[in-house]
Ligand binder design. Structure first.
Ligand code: PLP
Length: 292
């Protein structure tokens, strides 16, 4: 079956999809994206992803009605669901990308007439249970997250720093790269938010450290409230991560992945922690409940 993508209001086969050579997303990285996970044909927290997209779009002046109105949101929602269905997918990774669209060959978004909206979906085979039992090993990136940059809180198509950090970490045998911010505080992973557990308390870097407001991060904080687990968002020193009892990484695809070492130094016992396991269980239960 040919792969189907959604492009600017239409479902078309992948080979028919055409993007302008003058698209400002391509020329200047002027764009945003969302990566979502579908379980049994249901996109988890689709509304939250679209709310984040809207907020980000408004903050960078990408003010088209498809991004900033409730009707626009409904049509994007329908488009995501239609793309999933057109590809007959149940468990999938869905990517919604929007850019300023076609404009002049100058970095002036005012020359762009309407945004480009692209939705792609692919079958998702999650990492095997053994990977969750082993956990991830992380490196501290040589790149710093600039908490003063608006890009640090956006899922923007200017993803080069994340790609470079992740590639370097993987080449050195790690699973993920973790950014510190420009002051040396813990920020986030190249594609993940970071949590640690200290004295039974859950701690995650605050937004002021330049982290993406992760949808999974939010769900974990919500679960912690429900389970009466104290959770704090604050500045975090990097040595707090090394000295933590346990730690984990979150994103929509991985859910919660135990983090067992940083730069070769074990976190806690160097094995996935008990609270991490409990929270992963609760997260999957939450996913399950939203499907029924
Ligand atoms: C830099 C960064 N931080 C955090 C996350 C986690 O975000 P979410 O939970 O919304 O998937 C991502 C997702 O890919 C990311 O790219």
């Amino acid at each position: 079956m040919a792969e189907i993508v959604y492009l600017n209001g239409q479902l078309v086969s992948r080979s028919e999809a055409r993007l302008s050579p003058f698209d400002h997303g391509f020329l200047y990285g002027y764009g945003l994206f969302e990566t979502m996970r579908a379980y049994s044909g249901h996109i988890f927290r689709l509304d939250s992803h679209l709310a984040r997209l809207r907020c980000s779009a408004e903050s960078i002046g990408l003010a088209h009605s498809i991004l900033t109105t409730d009707e626009g949101k409904q049509s994007l929602k329908a488009a995501c669901v239609a793309t999933l269905a057109a590809n007959r997918l149940k468990d999938a990774r869905i990517r919604l990308t929007v850019s300023a669209g076609e404009g002049d060959m100058t970095p002036d978004p005012a020359t762009c007439s309407s945004p480009t909206v692209l939705i792609t979906a692919r079958n998702l085979v999650p990492l095997p249970p053994e990977k969750y039992e082993a956990g991830f090993k992380a490196a501290i990136s040589f790149l710093r997250r600039n908490s003063q940059s608006p890009l640090s809180r956006l899922k923007s198509t200017c993803y080069m720093e994340n790609v470079l950090a992740r590639t370097a970490a993987r080449a050195a045998g790690y699973d993920e790269a973790i950014f510190l911010d420009e002051q040396g505080y813990l920020a986030e992973g190249s594609t993940t938010n970071v949590f640690l557990v200290s004295r039974g308390e859950l701690i995650t870097p605050c937004f002021e450290s330049g982290v993406l407001p992760g949808i999974t991060r939010d769900a974990v904080l919500e679960i912690a409230r429900t389970l009466n687990i104290k959770a704090t968002e604050r500045w975090v020193e990097p040595n707090e991560l090394i000295e933590a009892q346990e730690a984990f990484l979150t994103n929509s695809i991985l859910e919660l992945m135990p983090l067992v070492s940083v730069e070769g130094r074990p976190i806690g016992m160097g094995k996935p922690g008990k609270l991490t396991g409990d929270l992963l269980f609760a997260y999957r239960k939450l996913v399950d409940e939203t499907l029924h």
